[in-house]
Ligand binder design. Structure first.
Ligand SMILES: [Zn+2]
Length: 307
């Protein structure tokens, strides 16, 4: 079933586990992710970034695929814009049927961050669409931004930000970063900070970005500390690429169809591993199927967005 991510994340926060927010940018990846979630009876959030939409993941083509496949599994599936940088990008995703929006104004001033995040919440909540904000700043792994504690989230400020913006989920910076780390580097995650943010925000759902390449032990400990949403992009794309490479090494004359199946199977297999790390296996069956996004849209006039 296709749902807003609040439905999934509130259950995760109440029951102390995390949901994987997995990047899916084409038909093969989306099908791999949803069939893995279905097999594991796990809730799942599919994430697509703004630049990805402009290049490969055209929402007019891909959103109907996500909705179609989500409608065929009992596992709750949300679709979230990842790192929307401005209001127009958020509105664009809303208009194309995303059930959830992440607005990331974390590189702006705190006042600008609050104002933009609040504006997106005011757009989305009447539509039943969930919103994630970011406070602190999750940077780039290759430049070791995860070591820069000046970018880390401050618990008291996080509580104030969450209350003022009324976001459904908060992405925090606690030691991870986006992309691949330099060879051999394992990030040092501040688990105590995660716990303090969790306490200060009264157990609201919080998200760990830059989870790829962070090490299984780190992920398990982050979930124990209170993380409820684990964003994974790089590792899943790498799995697809490796699946293709391996098939080509085995047989350079392999046909295209078989090649793409190798990518899909590799992606599905890796997501199952992440689902096991997150503690979300089996949880999809425990989330009540009463919350249907389509019914929440009602007669809201989407033209007021003006996009
Ligand atoms: Zn991210």
């Amino acid at each position: 079933m296709y749902v807003p991510m609040k439905k999934i994340l509130d259950h995760a926060a109440e029951n102390n586990y995390a949901v994987i927010a997995a990047n899916g940018i084409d038909l093969e990846m989306v099908r791999a992710l949803i069939t893995a979630a279905d097999a594991k009876k796990a809730p799942l959030i599919i994430i697509i970034g703004g630049l990805q939409m402009a290049r490969l993941a055209n929402p007019e083509l891909l959103v109907p695929v996500v909705k179609k496949l989500a409608g065929e599994t009992a596992s709750p599936i949300a679709l979230c814009l990842d790192h929307g940088r401005d209001f127009s990008k958020a509105a664009y995703a809303v208009r194309h049927g995303f059930s959830s929006i992440m607005i990331d104004a974390s590189s702006k001033s705190i006042d600008e961050n609050v104002a933009l995040t609040r504006k997106v919440v005011d757009l989305c909540h009447p539509l039943g669409i969930s919103v994630e904000g970011e406070l602190g700043h999750v940077g780039i792994a290759a430049s070791l931004d995860g070591r820069d504690e000046s970018l880390f989230t401050q618990p008291e400020q996080a509580a104030w930000f969450a209350q003022t913006t009324e976001v459904d989920c908060l992405a925090i910076a606690a030691g991870t970063a986006h992309g691949k780390y330099p060879a051999g580097y394992i990030p040092r995650i501040n688990f105590d900070l995660i716990k303090r943010v969790k306490d200060a925000t009264h157990n609201m759902p919080i998200a760990l970005h830059g989870s790829s390449d962070s090490g299984d032990e780190n992920i398990i400990k982050a979930v124990q500390a209170g993380i409820n949403k684990i964003n994974v992009a790089t590792d899943l794309q790498m799995a697809c690429k490796t699946g293709i490479q391996n098939a080509l090494v085995k047989n350079p004359d392999v046909d295209y169809l078989t090649l793409m199946q190798h990518a899909e199977f590799a992606c599905r297999s890796l997501l199952k591993h992440w689902i096991d790390l997150s503690g979300s296996a089996g949880q999809g069956a425990l989330i009540e199927p009463s919350y249907n996004l389509a019914s929440l849209l009602g007669d809201f006039d989407l033209s007021i967005i003006g996009e």
